[in-house]
Design a protein around this ligand. Structure first.
Ligand SMILES: C[S@@+](CC[C@H](N)C(=O)[O-])C[C@H]1O[C@@H](n2cnc3c(N)ncnc32)[C@H](O)[C@@H]1O
Length: 195
């Protein structure tokens, strides 16, 4: 059984089958066919050698997949506690109030970034890769950008649908290395690296 199949089997048994039916939106979390698979594949490629933080981690499939590949990962979302049992560092938290980033999220996110990437993590800590997939991605990207360090990566889903096509971040360089892949598989993703 390959890594993806094993992660999917575990996710299906421990999350999907235990999720309250009112919260079930499986299409959002594991499917969408080739595009969805390629988006996850690209996230895993970029996350390799980094610590990964997903803002809006949904049902945690990407976290579980990355964990099974040995990538340290953390996810923020306000879904039920089903995800706690996966041991994937799922942080149950209200990220937004309307379009405003909450104080709770700010406190928990900055503490995590400091612990994973800052003084708390030691000199050999891997760079960070933060991926925004929550409700107000432009606000989330602008909030996270100044908190990262040189070499860290910031990415978003829903580009260029929700995040404008020409969106840029001060102090960041657009990563173009995956453009062909993104175009070929119609992935809705964009990534920047802090200079
Ligand atoms: C597009 S989905 C994330 C999908 C996930 N990244 C994946 O790939 O499977 C957006 C997520 O944002 C979460 N969300 C929306 N508003 C939120 C809020 N105010 N606080 C915390 N999470 C929120 C939802 O629960 C949902 O899981």
């Amino acid at each position: 059984m390959n890594t993806w199949q094993a992660a999917f089997n575990r996710w299906h048994t421990e999350v999907y089958l235990n999720t309250p039916s009112v919260e079930l939106e499986p299409h959002m979390h594991v499917s969408h066919g080739m595009t969805r698979t390629c988006e996850l594949d690209l996230l895993c490629k970029i996350a390799t050698g980094h610590s990964y933080i997903e803002i809006g981690s949904g049902r945690g499939f990407s976290l579980l997949l990355m964990k099974s590949m040995g990538i340290e990962c953390f996810g923020f979302d306000h879904l039920s506690d089903v995800l706690d049992g996966l041991g994937t560092s799922y942080i149950n938290c209200e990220i937004l109030k309307g379009s405003q980033i909450t104080e709770e999220f700010q406190e928990r996110f900055t503490a995590l970034v400091r612990g994973v990437a800052g003084a708390g993590a030691g000199a050999a800590a891997p760079p960070l890769f933060v991926y925004c997939d929550n409700g107000h991605k432009v606000e989330e990207l602008r909030y996270v950008a100044p908190l990262l360090s040189k070499g860290d990566i910031l990415g978003t889903h829903d580009w260029p649908t929700e995040v404008p096509e020409d969106f840029s971040l001060d102090g960041y360089e657009l990563i173009t290395e995956y453009d062909e892949y993104i175009k070929h598989y119609a992935c809705l993703q964009r990534f920047w690296q802090k200079k």
